[in-house]
Structure formats: structure tokens, C-alpha cells
Ligand binder design. Sequence first.
Ligand SMILES: [Zn+2]
Length: 122
Amino acid sequence: MEEWMRRERKCAICGKPFVPNKYRPNQTVCSSLECQYRRQLSNMKQWRNANPNYFKYKESQDRSWKQTCRERSLEWRRKHKEYLQLYREANKERHRVYMRDYMRKYRLKKKEEQKSEEETGE
Ligand SMILES: [Zn+2]
């Protein structure tokens, strides 16, 4: 192992000094969980920026792509009801906020539907 490779350098994300992994001498991010996570996120972003048409392409390939996704997620939900229950317990506050917004939108939509029914239902 060459000496320069084992020297400390600064993490590109948190700026803390770290010693690169000997198998990855070009490492620019330290091995802390947060920095690794953020590195992955930015990798994903870079990839998406480099392939901006990937998801659009997929969608246009199959018109029922969204439908398939919806069905799959419904099926998943049926199968994982118990798990979702636990998940909701663990994220009660987040879920509460989510449901509040959801219901607000739902009621608004209902109202608008009613209105348009009244207008056209003479
Ligand atoms: Zn770091």
C-alpha cells in the first residue's frame, strides 16, 4: 500500500478528516452513515440527471404503467396490512398530518362534485 493513499483527507460532505478505505483509494466521502447515505442520494440524483428520460420512457412504453403500479401497491397493502398497522403506530404523528391533508382534499373534492351536481342536476 502506497503511503499517500493511506493519508487522511477531508470528507466531501461533512468535512471531517478520514482515512480512505484501502480498497477504495479514491474515496471522497467518510464512512459515517449519514455521509454514505447522502452520497447515495446524490449518486441517484446524478444518475437521474444523466438519464432524464428514463422514467418518462418507461411510462410511454406502457400506457397502463401507472395502473399496474396502483394495482401492485393495492395488492401489497392487502398483504401487509399488519405491517402497515405497525408502521402507522410508529409514525402516528406523520400519519395524522398526512390524513388531515388527505381528508381536507377529499372534502374539497366532494364539495366540488356536489356543486357541479347541483349545477347540472336540474
Ligand atoms: Zn463525512
